[in-house]
Design a protein around this ligand. Structure first.
Ligand code: ASP
Length: 318
């Protein structure tokens, strides 16, 4: 299913500048897919508004913030719970021109982990700060506090915990992830100076063991950008980290300069080595090509063009 929201015309202006995704997974249990579409649309519009007055980092940060605040995606307010019933979140963002990145792992305090990651990128000499230390930093810079798990996340957690096979499936990583679903948020963008950025934010996989960190805050795994290409990944973090998936795509792109082929190639490798139903990626290159591919049942994603056309793809079949 493809929904195109047309605004204005003129194919010359019709260059994609920002891409977002709401996570690769089964999307079986989503009650109202229109809600997801609306969040993607709001997120693309927020990122688009930053195009005029801001840079690629603003576009990605603002787009991700909308998805974190939606409460219906697995990031920020809607983060899923770990095995003990707590939220810990990961996020990362990179500036493709300077290769400066900022990331946080296993944070509890900030409502918007992407803001904290952005702060680390811009205001500290570091790339990744974790746990309580990152939370202390969030407090110190007066980031808004996370109000705690949403009702929906708690309900899902209870349902999963009540499954008599819960012990078995949390330990069988791939099967567990397939069963539980997974859906991080991510965004890639190119700004008016042709700078590329990639960012991601997540509550991680449901029922993860406490302290587990996924691919999202790992540069080259969950997110990567350089002067030519920006990639954001979603899916089973352990596989994305093991394959350095986002960096892998950039490496292939270096040789062929073809976004679609590079991303397809990387997913073919994943299919071969790990099977279906495990990952998805979105990408944009300096030539303003965009692409999204996933080997799961769905990965709602979309992009916005310079003339404000929004295209939404990857919705689950109903
Ligand atoms: N990649 C995320 C993680 O493993 C999950 C997801 O993409 O939904 O933490």
């Amino acid at each position: 299913m493809k929904i195109v929201f047309e605004k204005g015309g003129g194919s010359l202006m019709s260059e994609p500048i920002l891409v977002v995704h709401a996570g690769a997974g089964t999307w079986k249990n989503v009650e109202d897919i229109n809600q997801i579409v609306n969040v993607l649309k709001d997120s693309l519009e927020a990122g688009y508004n930053s195009y005029r007055n801001g840079n690629c980092l603003d576009m990605v940060t603002n787009a991700i913030e909308v998805m974190e605040n939606s409460g219906i995606l697995n990031a920020g307010l809607g983060s899923t719970l770990d095995y003990s019933g707590n939220i810990t979140m990961d996020a990362g963002i990179v500036d493709g021109n300077s290769l400066k990145a900022g990331a946080v792992a296993a944070v509890v305090y900030p409502k918007n982990p992407i803001r904290l990651a952005r702060f680390i990128l811009e205001k500290t000499p570091h790339l990744l700060i974790v746990g309580q230390y990152a939370d202390d930093l969030a407090k110190k810079i007066n980031l808004e506090k996370h109000p705690g798990p949403s009702e929906k996340s708690v309900e899902l957690w209870k349902k999963l915990k009540n499954n008599p096979n819960v012990e078995n499936f949390v330990l069988e990583r791939i099967n567990a992830a397939k069963l539980i679903g997974y859906d991080t948020v991510g965004s890639v963008a190119i700004d008016k100076d042709n700078c590329l950025s990639s960012g991601v934010s997540t509550g991680g996989v449901s029922l993860k063991l406490p302290g587990r960190v996924g691919d999202s805050p790992i540069l080259g795994a969950g997110y990567y950008a350089n002067k030519k290409i920006a990639i954001a990944a979603t899916g089973i973090g352990e596989i994305i980290m093991a394959t350095l998936l986002s960096y892998k795509v950039s490496e292939i792109y270096e040789k062929n300069e073809n976004l679609k082929d590079s991303m397809n190639h990387a997913i073919d490798e994943i299919n071969k080595n790990f099977g279906k139903d495990v990952v998805g990626i979105i990408g944009i290159d300096y030539k303003k090509n965009v692409y999204g591919i996933y080997n799961t049942e769905a990965m709602p994603w979309g992009y916005i063009t310079l003339d404000r056309k929004i295209v939404i793809k990857g919705l689950p079949n109903r």
